[in-house]
Design a protein around this ligand. Structure first.
Ligand code: ADP
Length: 618
């Protein structure tokens, strides 16, 4: 199979040949590029595989693949094997090498499902529909699919392997509740009217005092505490008293305490919406929001949350079934309902966004406004994530790697609508499940526990639509040398293609959104000062460059003040480094000293960044 054009292939081969010639060795595969840009099947760097390769590519690295293929076919290994005589080791080598060549010749797009667990079933469907192939070797494939975050080893592969990855390096970190809210906090501070879709949130233990003040000021308000690293509703509880969330050395995990939206829009029961957000590329980052998604319903009637606070222990679970919409939680309730007619009927505990919006329209809700709010929130999430995703990519993979444009990520974000049709963002999930199969432990006839895989029709439909279209948007057909790539238009679904994704980034309304991109400009400045070799931290001397630019020294703010500012904003506990977050805080302080006459803190920062960036980029 080939992922990229032959031109690229030959470039890599040529580069590789030079490397090999200079080393005077006969090995075909360099360890760094094993099974890499060539889209070749997996070759492990083990001694054995090197032997096999040396056997077949001994003389010259100018590969005459046809010759090699015919060389391999001269052996009678297959007929031997068919006739029941097991092949000897030499014949085995021949067979494996032949397979290697055949695979290489095959121009089929492949998805590596080794790390995809239950999402494998959806990927298999996509392969079937597109006439692609599933592979399970460690690092082969046109698309590497991971269910979890990329490990260090995967990031190394990403740096060398020219194929698609469904994850950005470390993108999971940005979705952790405390990190996510501290990022969004910067925007809510500068643009309170435009980032007013996040309920009032406190990151504990740091903001315990602020929380106490707000908590005391209005006892009618209800707060929900969520462990920073939790998911699926795990560990969430209503805050009865400040003591519930006071710092507890026996529980070192940080908490996020959030004002509870007490007036949700109900369709019989409380529900929220899972919306999918596709982000792709690095240098030319683009994002698309899916206007089809999943509505997840509670399985008990909604009650006044203040009642939930007074509930005794035994009714607590019931109150969770009324207030938390998580599927993992609600599926445990016997009242959980599935619907076969999910495409047309608005019923069941999991429903399509489209059917729910139809019902809401009938009930008189402003559906167009809801859709616009979803698009707007999606755009703002991408704006907030861009500096982190790009800086982490540059740090982990290198700046030259960004031209590959081979990373993408499907995030899932959760929207709660209140009874004024206002959308609230609950969280962004870095690993929204793309699986339609759940594992359930059942007891067999002998009373033994057994894991059963249970498919869900609605998930199968939705995830197929989302994945198919996401891959259509991600995979560059010109770069892929694929015989069998089927575009959305000819994908052959009986009901015709479903187009669900809409572009939200770069935003078409630049006037509205460009001011929010200030933190990406700060990221650019940070990387200019830090240099491209180590764009993840700034040394003190790199930071002090700022004070040498014209207009950057004031009587009230001189060079020693820069040193002090650096020390106070650099990462706590680290030796001598200032991260992008620290740099952002430092610039905010600096802007107050350099432009005290400017009223708005945003304008001060904006003026400072524009001024400094012009010198730093010279
Ligand atoms: P998790 O990652 O554990 O799913 P969430 O923040 O998504 O945590 O919260 C779980 C569920 O709790 C949400 O899907 C929603 O139904 C409910 N919920 C969370 N925060 C709020 C809130 N501020 N107001 C109302 N309901 C909320």
């Amino acid at each position: 199979m080939s992922v990229f054009t032959n031109r690229r292939k030959s470039d890599i081969i040529e580069k590789h040949q030079k490397k090999m010639v200079s080393r005077g060795r006969k090995t075909f595969v360099d360890h760094k590029t094993q099974s890499s840009g060539l889209g070749l099947p997996k070759i492990s760097p083990s001694k054995k595989s090197k032997e096999i390769l040396n056997n077949f590519y001994p003389k010259s690295l100018k590969l005459n693949r046809l010759k090699l293929a015919s060389q391999a076919s001269h052996t009678s290994t297959r007929s031997n094997y068919k006739s029941g005589i097991p092949p000897n080791s030499k014949q085995l080598k021949t067979m494996r090498a032949k397979k290697f060549i055949e695979d290489e010749e095959e121009e089929v797009f492949t998805i590596n499902t080794k790390h995809s667990k239950l999402e494998r079933y959806t990927l298999k469907d996509i392969c079937l529909q597109n006439e692609w192939k599933e592979v399970k070797h460690t690092i082969s494939g046109s698309l590497m699919w991971y269910i979890g975050p990329l490990r260090d080893i995967d990031i190394k592969i990403l740096a060398y392997k020219k194929c698609y990855f469904n994850r950005y390096p470390k993108s999971n970190l940005i979705c952790r509740k405390s990190r996510f809210h501290s990022i969004m906090r910067k925007y809510t501070r500068f643009f309170p009217d435009q980032f007013n879709f996040i309920p009032n949130t406190f990151i504990l233990p740091d903001e315990f005092r602020q929380f106490c003040r707000t908590f005391n000021s209005n006892r009618e308000r209800v707060y929900l505490a969520k462990p920073s690293m939790s998911k699926g509703g795990e560990g969430i509880f209503f805050v009865k008293s400040k003591r519930d969330v006071a710092k507890d050395p026996s529980k070192p995990t940080s908490l996020v305490v959030q004002e509870y939206i007490q007036n949700p829009l109900l369709l019989g029961k409380k529900f929220d919406l899972r919306i999918y957000l596709l982000v792709k590329g690095v240098k030319n980052l683009e994002a698309f929001v899916a206007m089809e998604g999943m509505a997840r319903f509670c399985t008990e009637d909604y009650t006044d949350p203040l009642d939930a606070l007074s509930n005794e222990e035994e009714s607590k679970t019931n109150s969770l079934f009324s207030h938390l919409t998580n599927f993992t939680l609600n599926k445990e309730n016997e009242k959980f309902k599935t619907s076969k007619d999910f495409k047309t009927k608005d019923e069941g505990s999991k429903r399509l966004l489209s059917t729910v919006l139809k019902s809401l329209k009938k009930e008189g809700a402003d559906v167009e406004s809801i859709k616009n709010q979803i698009r707007d929130i999606a755009t703002k999430i991408v704006i907030a994530f861009q500096p982190f995703l790009v800086n982490t990519y540059h740090t982990e993979v290198g700046i030259e790697g960004e031209s590959n444009q081979n990373c993408f990520h499907i995030f899932g974000f959760d929207i709660l609508i209140d009874d004024n049709s206002k959308c609230w963002l609950m969280e962004v999930n870095s690993q929204p499940s793309m699986s339609y199969v759940q594992e359930q432990v059942v007891t067999d006839e002998n009373g033994m526990p057994r894991t059963q895989k249970i498919p869900s029709e609605i998930d199968k439909y939705l995830k197929n639509v989302i994945l198919k279209e996401a891959l259509d948007l991600v995979i560059d057909k010109d770069l892929c040398n694929m015989k069998s790539f089927k575009t959305a238009a000819n994908r052959g679904s009986k009901e015709g293609p479903v187009y669900v994704f809409e572009k939200v980034f770069p935003p078409s309304d630049t006037k509205k959104y460009s001011k929010f991109m200030i933190y990406n400009e700060i990221r650019v400045l940070f990387e200019l000062l830090a240099g491209y070799k180590k764009p993840d931290n700034l040394t003190i001397s790199q930071f002090q460059k700022l004070c040498n630019y014209p207009g950057m020294k004031k009587d009230t703010f001189k060079k020693p003040d820069y040193t002090m500012l650096y020390q106070s904003c650099k990462k706590r506990l680290s030796k001598n480094e200032m991260t992008l977050d620290g740099f952002t805080t430092a610039l905010e302080h600096l802007a107050c000293h350099i432009y005290p006459e400017v009223d708005s803190s945003y304008e001060r920062l904006k003026t400072l960044v524009a001024h400094v960036i012009s010198y730093a980029s010279r």
